[in-house]
Structure formats: structure tokens, C-alpha cells
Write a protein that binds this ligand. Structure first.
Ligand SMILES: *Cc1c(COP(=O)(O)O)cnc(C)c1O
Length: 359
């Protein structure tokens, strides 16, 4: 029996993606690598930003892509506004401070959409703010943030708009151009169904042109420098080649399924699980209108701690995910990402039912 990963990445992948790891040894300064690099960058743009964007790949987990965006998009003396309603928003603020950037946090409740009036006030009152950062899908709670509304504010006040869509791209509808996104960070091993180790940033061409004039705050995570090298067909540094093979195959699969098909599959999986959770009498952290397709946060049932619930489900072959921060003692999370069948989701509901009944 295989282990079913119901954590929000890394996800279960297809045999085809796993087999791509074995394509063979390759030097990253050879034309075969340039071809692979160009193919992956083109497939990413084709899937998520067919016009007016550029792709930069990074070796590192999703956090590397988010940090590259933060470190590359704010000039010395300027500030970064961060909309915070969960752990990942907090992390962006932490990254800004780590790079010596003044951070203006617009913080709100973790179980509610952000206060757009407060975002607008920050932009109006602080001309030093050069960029606004938002998390598309706050994986902390499973909440979908209002990307287009924040993008419209960034546009109106002429600031760069940075989006962490590490757990959103491929799982939630997102029109980068229409939403006014200037840079979006994503990763190989969540809704793209590749393996962990490669992440990426998609940049609007005009934003890229601006970033090219900024002094770099990082050597490894400099987006403009990585982009320039990748345009010439060579990465700046040694990439994780097997993981790139796997991403290439995962993007081919995504092309066959289509992004809309992938989103629909995840949405159906979430609907099926949520109907089951309701039948089992579990309580949801968020109201339906705030929930994503890819993660459901549930309150721990009375008398059952996370560790016991986790361990008993794992004995059945299912890995669930704990809450983070102040939510850790209150909730557990179930992701609907990756190569998991309807039958496997049904078996999970059965296992959950038997664990709850035997409590
Ligand atoms: C998973 C995730 C990340 C990055 O996580 P890594 O462990 O570095 O891959 C960043 N932001 C969000 C919203 C995420 O869900």
C-alpha cells in the first residue's frame, strides 16, 4: 500500500514524473541542458502567463522563490508592504527584514480576508513603499486572498505587486495579467505535481526591466542576474537536474490535463472530502466562501489530540498535516493536491470515520 500525502506539498506524483528522475547524467553547461531549461521555462509561461512575462528558475524550495522576489524588488531606502493573515505572510515580512528592508505590515485576523482599506491607507500614506506582497492561498488556514483587489490597489498607487502563489498556481484560477501581478513565486512540488527542489518566479516584462536597474541584495537569489544567465541558456549555479527533469515531465502532464482540468479535479476532490467531513460531524475553520480548492482546515474533535489522530491515520496509510503557530493545538489540515484518486480519498474518509468512532 502506498502512503497518501494529504499534506500541502510535497505531493504524491505519477510514475511518469518519478521515472523522469532517471533520464541520465547531464552537465549544466551543455546544450542538452539549455534545451531542458528553455523547455521548462516555456512550459511554465504557457501554463500560467502566456503573454508579457518571463520565467526564472531557482534551485531551492518554494521559500527560495519567495525570498528571491522580496530581495530583488525593493531598492535601498524603499519599503515593502506585506499583507499578513497567516504564517506565510509573516514569513515574507521576516524575509524583508532579513534583507534590511523596512517592512510595513498590514496585519489582520487569520480567518478573514485582509482589510483593503488598511492596505490602501498604507500605500497612500507611505510613498516609500515600493512593492506590496500578498499570499494568494494562505496555506496556514486554506484561505484564498483577494488577489485582483490588492493588485488593483498596487496599480492605482503605482507600486510593484508581488504574489506568493506557491500553493495556488495550478490549483486555483489566477489571471496574472488581469490581476496586475508583477511577480509571482511558485514551486515544483505542490499543485504542479513535480518533486521538491526547484522553484520559480514569473515576472512581468516591465517589472523585470525595472528590477534590472536595482542593486542586488543577494547573490544566489538575484532574479535579474538569474534571468540574464538563463536567457543565455545557462544557469548561474549548479541546478538540481533530476528535479528539473521531473518538473519538465510534470509540466507535460499539466499541459495534457490543462490547468483548468487540474483545478477542476482539485475542486471536486475538496468537495468530496468536505461532504465527508460534514457527515462525520467535523467543524471547519473557515466558512465556505473563504476556502481554497487545495486545503481544508478542520477543528480537532473534542478529546482527540493531533498526534493521536495523525498516528492512527498514518497507520491506515494517510498523512495529514498539523496546524501552525497559534492554530497548532486547535486544528488539523487536509490538502487536496497531487496524484490521488477518488477511491483513495474515499478510503481516507473511511479511515477517518473509523478513527473517530474508535475514539
Ligand atoms: C509551501 C509554501 C511555501 C514554501 O514552502 P517550501 O517548504 O519552501 O517549499 C511558501 N508559501 C506558501 C503559501 C506555501 O504554501
Amino acid at each position: 500500500m502506498r502512503t497518501i500525502l494529504l499534506n500541502p506539498g510535497p505531493v504524491n506524483v505519477s510514475e511518469r514524473v518519478r521515472a523522469a528522475l532517471m533520464r541520465g547524467d547531464l552537465c549544466h553547461r551543455e546544450p542538452e541542458f539549455s534545451q531542458l531549461l528553455a523547455g521548462v521555462r516555456a512550459k511554465l509561461l504557457e501554463a500560467f502567463a502566456p503573454r508579457g512575462f518571463a520565467a526564472v528558475l531557482l534551485t531551492g524550495s518554494g521559500t527560495a522563490a519567495v525570498e528571491a522576489m522580496v530581495a530583488s524588488a525593493v531598492e535601498p531606502g524603499r519599503a515593502l508592504a506585506v499583507v499578513v493573515n497567516g504564517i506565510y505572510g509573516e514569513r515574507i515580512a521576516r524575509m524583508g527584514r532579513a534583507h534590511g528592508i523596512r517592512v510595513v505590515e498590514v496585519a489582520g485576523a487569520w480567518t478573514a480576508r485582509p482589510d483593503l482599506g488598511a492596505v490602501e491607507a498604507a500605500l497612500r500614506e507611505e510613498p516609500a513603499i515600493q512593492a506590496v506582497a500578498l499570499v494568494h492561498h494562505e496555506t496556514t488556514t486554506g484561505l484564498l486572498n483577494p488577489v485582483a483587489a490588492v493588485g488593483a490597489l498596487a496599480r492605482r498607487y503605482d507600486r510593484l505587486f508581488l504574489l506568493d502563489s506557491v500553493s495556488g498556481l495550478g490549483g486555483e484560477p489566477l489571471d496574472l495579467d488581469a490581476a496586475g501581478v508583477d511577480a509571482v513565486a511558485g514551486t515544483a512540488n505542490k499543485c504542479l505535481e513535480g518533486l521538491p527542489g526547484i522553484s520559480f518566479v514569473l515576472l512581468r516584462q516591465e517589472a523585470l526591466a525595472r528590477l534590472q536597474g536595482f542593486p542586488g541584495r543577494s547573490v544566489y537569489l538575484d532574479l535579474a542576474a538569474n534571468w540574464a544567465a538563463q536567457e543565455k541558456g545557462e544557469p548561474l549555479f549548479t541546478p538540481s537536474i533530476p528535479i528539473l527533469y521531473a518538473l519538465d515531465e510534470a509540466l507535460a502532464e499539466l499541459g495534457e490535463e490543462t490547468v483548468a482540468g487540474r483545478i477542476a479535479r482539485y475542486r471536486e476532490a475538496a468537495a468530496m472530502l468536505r461532504a465527508g467531513f460534514q457527515r462525520l460531524g467535523l467543524a471547519f475553520l473557515l466558512p465556505p466562501e473563504l476556502r481554497s480548492n487545495t486545503l481544508t482546515a478542520l477543528r480537532l474533535p473534542p478529546g482527540l489530540g493531533y498526534t493521536e489522530l495523525h498516528d492512527r491515520l498514518k497507520a491506515h496509510g494517510f498523512v495529514i498535516y498539523a496546524g501552525q503557530g497559534p492554530l497548532a493545538p486547535q486544528i488539523f489540515r487536509v490538502a487536496t493536491m497531487g496524484q490521488v484518486t477518488r477511491e483513495e480519498y474515499a478510503a481516507f474518509l473511511d479511515a477517518l470515520g473509523s478513527v473517530l468512532a474508535g475514539r
